[in-house]
Design a binder for this molecule. Structure first.
Ligand SMILES: *Cc1c(COP(=O)(O)O)cnc(C)c1O
Length: 370
């Protein structure tokens, strides 16, 4: 709940203020506030362990690792991606002077449909940028087979997939590189923040150069780098949040259980169930409204909820391919993307966070169940 008696779609996971103050005292005492300080190093080590990944590089948000991943792999030409995501995915391709090529999604997951990839490949294609939408794992095996066959790189936008595992293995180890967002609205946050996951020490070194203007030493610059360093204050904040993220994920899991029990069998409302062998993070709880069966359109339900103080969000509506920057692209046509369009037109993400009370859930569900 917020001060205005509204139930918001998310609520930031905040560290205990006393504990945070103690770490701030350490930072003040050290007089080292950014540039790979001790909290930065500690957070990278702690994240590698928690996420079960070999190497990670912290960033100042979740968009810059996307931009930097494309730079690092020297991606050019065309990049195959999904229109059903947050705009930053496509923007990162555009900012690299590459052409986004949209393909349709698999409605069973919301992720790109691997069966649509091959037909979109041209001699200019150099990479695939899929998204684990809502933290649901992409078919990484199929995508890898296709990428290997055509010599393409794969960069996963894993902004939603913090802590997601398939058969005990981190989803973040798939592809050439994966990126995370630690924005306030995500399962794990450092207020603003992000990271890139890579497979080897050489790549981490190069990424660390690139996020620090390309500096490889006091006087040597190895490439057109950018500034995307995470500071000590947010690294310390992240270390504290990491200690409570499992509890937050479990609280979200309980919310998902409650939603599913209440909504299963409601005519015209569908949602995703857990996938076998997957450790989910319950980052979002999207429902899909079939207007005819439910007797109300998605927007009618969305605005009814809003009038009654329940702020869902229409993630991801509108489709990225419909924004002015991208709608002129040959792949942006509605005929090419019918399933993504249908999902965008029917989705509402219900409030989903660690702080929802039982009465919050009653209030939310009463508006949907009628
Ligand atoms: C949040 C998000 C981003 C961007 O992350 P920021 O930390 O806000 O820059 C990128 N891609 C997806 C899919 C996201 O949800």
């Amino acid at each position: 709940m917020t001060g205005k008696n509204q139930i918001t779609v998310t609520s930031p996971l905040l560290p205990d203020l006393e504990e945070f103050n103690a770490l701030l005292r350490e930072i003040w005492d050290s007089q080292w506030i950014t540039n790979n300080g001790s909290f930065h190093k500690k957070l990278e080590a702690a994240l590698c362990e928690y996420l079960k990944v070999p190497y990670i590089s912290l960033f100042t948000n979740g968009t810059l690792p996307l931009l930097t991943a494309l730079q690092a792999l020297r991606i050019t030409g065309e990049v195959i991606t999904t229109p059903y995501s947050f705009v930053a995915t496509t923007h990162s391709i555009w900012w690299n002077n590459c052409k986004p090529v949209f393909i349709d999604i698999d409605p069973a997951t919301g992720n790109i449909d691997p069966d649509k990839i091959e037909a979109a490949i041209t001699p200019k294609t150099s990479a695939i940028m899929p998204v684990h939408v809502y933290g649901k794992p992409c078919d990484t095996q199929r995508i890898k087979e296709i990428a290997d066959k055509y010599g393409l790189k794969v960069i996963y936008d894993a902004a939603h997939a913090f802590g997601v595992e398939v058969n005990g293995e981190s989803i973040l180890n798939a592809g050439d590189l994966s990126t995370l967002s630690f924005h306030a609205t995500k399962v794990f946050n450092t207020i603003e923040g992000g990271a890139m996951v890579m497979h080897d020490a050489e790549t981490k070194k190069r990424i660390d150069y690139l996020k620090n203007f390309g500096f490889a030493g006091e006087t040597e610059v190895v490439g057109p780098g950018i500034n995307s360093k995470m500071d000590e204050v947010r690294s310390a904040y992240g270390l504290l949040n990491l200690q409570q993220v499992d509890a937050a994920i479990e609280a979200r899991h309980q919310v998902a259980i409650r939603y599913r029990e209440a909504l299963r069998g409601v005519s015209g409302i569908t949602f995703f169930d857990d996938m076998p062998g997957v450790r989910h993070n319950y980052s979002y709880f999207p429902i899909f409204v079939d207007a005819e069966e439910y007797g109300m359109t998605r927007d009618e339900l969305y605005f009814k909820m809003k009038r009654n103080g329940v702020l869902g969000r229409r993630y991801f509506y509108p489709l990225i391919s419909t924004f002015s920057t991208y709608r002129g692209l040959p792949s942006a046509t509605p005929e090419n993307l019918p399933k993504a369009q249908k999902m965008a037109d029917s989705v509402i993400c219900l409030p989903m966070h660690h702080n929802l009370s039982s009465s919050d859930l009653d209030q939310i569900l009463s508006l949907i169940l009628r």
